[in-house]
Design a protein around this ligand. Structure first.
Ligand code: NDP
Length: 609
């Protein structure tokens, strides 16, 4: 293997991933192990590129002179469309009338465009055009630094990409032939673009090692505290139960039954199939959207059990054992996930979980989308066993409260907690598709963090308020209940509309319903919304979520801090998550992100943070 060809600081031409376009970049680093160069684009974006994706500037100047033949503008036009992974689906190309409409919208792109991308003139222009829907004929092949790879490599494959991921009609496919060809370039050029994770999160190797013990211990302590008559901090730590009392094979068997029942529901051929966002190799995975059906089937199954007098408060009586069973299962799953990830191709590894350090990759998740056939393990665990399980646990707590306190009706506090959280879960399942654009799916691998989070933390910690209320009833008046409900509705409204706005914009930036929104184009082809909720604060969805979290704790009263654990923890989680996301976005969008931050200075809480 020859040593590196380009030196640090050298200005070269780097291919924009997934495209045939080259930009002037500066080499900032070379990784001897992965043989990848870290290069910096002029808008500040940093990427890791293979040597074959980098060329000297001189070779370009030479070729450029030769390239005047055979309709360069046409080729440039067709190639330039292929660059952006965020390009609207082919089936959604605009009619000329739409194009005109969008052309008028062009003024809505705020002037930051040129400031944000002073050198990458072409990509920003191209993106602008894409979002504004200008017709093809208006595209020009300007004399920018962009060179067509085809002129350099005439032998580049042009075979047609298999259409198995296309959901478009045949008629549309024909019209779009010229664009189909370019999928080849995307597929070929994305290959093997993967790099080692350099920026370690969660305190790196030591932090993740400690978290593997800290998280289960926290769950155990929270549940033990909740069981105490006086769960105040003065009584911390709670007495530890005998080790053997934490495990019961029957409970573990029931947990497995639950998990595999949900897996069965997931496999049912009901609900639509949608594509996820493009992966680093240009491919898009397919996902079946049937979470809401799984929820309905589960509700029917639970209803049947209750009809036949099954005592659901069994869950309350064995709550700790269920939590331990779920923790054991999530640990076994994480080990399996790590072992199988060792055989996964390089380009299928998670960008954030490929450090090369066992403990770190085990925790954050080494493989991005582990699948068994079409069964996507991460996607399944994100929304099914834990989330639906949370609702079932809440219901069990409600029934346990009635039984223990000899009530014919659940308390108002219990009804509020159950209803608010039921709304949250049903919303997540109803909008299941939206999860495909979240960090968990697009960035984080599937490892201990998500396995434990989805299967243990969500069902057993998020149900803490209901669990607390069983042992520590709190009577509230109707006006207080109304005030808390209003707070929850405000939080939900912000949360839902912010998430929908971003999700719809990501899925179809040219959606006429979003025509009132302004955005900053970025070099990647995606826009950053600067009006609407995303112009209010940088993470409006987190704000709504936190307001709801507070509304879930308030019905428990103010006697103890324990039921407020959720809201305190959640603020910490989302502040940390926001910082992680900022970091990723800064890397992805460079200067455009900085312009966005200037324009929208607050991260989550307006005028505070
Ligand atoms: P978000 O849905 O907030 O997505 C962040 C991404 O949105 C960024 O990486 C960027 O991705 C895109 N983005 C950022 N700014 C803009 C902008 N101005 N315009 C357009 N796109 C933008 O991330 P999460 O996955 O963290 O959260 C999803 C939901 O899940 C939230 O409501 C959150 O509250 C909730 N959540 C709940 C948890 C719980 O335990 N209950 C835990 C974690 C999250 P790109 O540009 O690549 O599209």
């Amino acid at each position: 293997m020859p040593s590196r060809k380009f030196a640090d600081g050298e200005v070269v031409m780097g291919r924009w991933p997934g495209s045939v376009l080259y930009y002037e970049v500066e080499v900032t680093h070379y990784d001897d192990v992965s043989h990848l160069y870290t290069v910096k684009y002029k808008d500040g974006t940093e990427l890791a590129l293979k040597e074959s994706d980098i060329r000297s500037q001189s070779s370009f100047k030479h070729r450029k002179n030769q390239s005047s033949s055979s309709s360069p503008s046409r080729k440039s036009r067709s190639r330039s469309r292929s660059r952006s992974p965020g390009r609207p689906a082919k089936g959604r190309r605009r009619s000329s009338s739409q194009s005109r409409e969008h052309k008028d919208d062009k003024k809505k792109i705020i002037p930051e465009t040129t400031l944000a991308l002073p050198v990458l003139v072409k990509p920003s222009e191209n993106n602008t055009r894409r979002y504004n829907g200008e017709p093809d004929s208006t595209e020009r092949n300007d004399k920018s630094c962009i060179i067509l790879e085809q002129k350099l490599k005439p032998d580049l494959e042009k075979e047609r990409v298999p259409e198995q991921y296309s959901l478009r009609s045949r008629k549309e496919e024909k019209k779009e032939e010229i664009y189909s060809e370019k999928k080849v370039f995307e597929t070929k050029t994305f290959e093997k673009v993967s790099a080692k994770t350099k920026d370690l999160e969660f305190g790196g190797r030591i932090g993740t090692f400690l978290l593997i013990f800290f998280l289960p211990t926290t769950v155990l302590y929270l549940l033990l505290m909740c069981k105490q008559d006086d769960p105040s901090l003065m009584n911390f730590p709670p007495p530890l139960p005998a080790l053997e009392s934490l495990w019961e094979s029957r409970v573990f068997g029931l947990y497995l039954l639950w998990f595999f029942l949900q897996a069965l529901f997931y496999l049912l051929p009901i609900g639509k199939v949608v594509e996820g966002l493009p992966l680093s190799n240009g491919r898009k995975l397919q996902y079946r959207i049937n979470g809401i059906y799984a929820f309905i089937l589960t509700a029917a199954a639970i209803g049947t059990l209750l009809y036949f007098q099954f005592e659901l408060h069994y869950l309350y009586d064995h709550f700790m054992q269920f939590a331990v069973s779920a923790a054991a299962f999530s640990m076994a799953l994480s080990i399996y996930l790590y072992i199988r990830s060792l055989k996964a191709p390089e380009e299928e590894l998670a960008p954030g979980g490929n450090s090369g350090y066992f403990i770190y990759d085990f925790f954050t998740g080494h493989e991005l989308n582990p699948r068994m056939g079409s069964f996507d393990l991460k996607y399944f665990c994100e929304l099914r066993p834990g989330l639906i399980g949370w609702v079932v646990i809440n219901l069990a707590m409600l029934l346990a409260e009635m039984k223990i306190h000899n009530q014919s009706m659940p308390s108002l506090s219990m009804i509020l907690v159950n209803s608010f959280q039921l709304l949250y879960v049903v919303d997540a399942l109803w909008n299941e598709e939206a999860i495909l654009t979240t960090m968990d799916i697009t960035h984080d691998g599937f490892g201990f963090m998500l396995a434990f989070g989805d299967l243990v933390w969500v069902p057993f910690v998020y149900s803490l308020q209901a669990y607390y209320l069983v042992g520590h009833p709190n009577a509230i008046s109707w006006p207080v209940a109304a005030a808390i409900t209003t707070l929850n509705c405000i939080g939900y409204y912000i949360f839902r509309s912010a998430n929908s706005q971003k999700n719809n914009f990501r899925r179809n930036p040219s959606d006429p319903k979003l025509a009132y929104l302004k955005f900053i184009p970025t070099a990647t082809g995606k826009g950053l919304l600067v009006t609407g909720w995303w112009g209010f604060v940088r993470h409006p969805n987190y704000l709504g979520d936190i307001i709801m979290a507070l509304a879930w704790s308030l019905p428990c009263g103010f006697n103890n801090i324990l039921p407020y654990f959720y809201v305190i923890y959640f603020i910490c989680l989302l502040v940390h998550r926001e910082a992680r996301d900022e970091h990723h976005c800064k890397q992805k969008y460079g200067l455009a992100w900085e312009r966005y931050c200037q324009r929208v200075p607050y991260r989550i809480f307006p005028y505070i943070y």
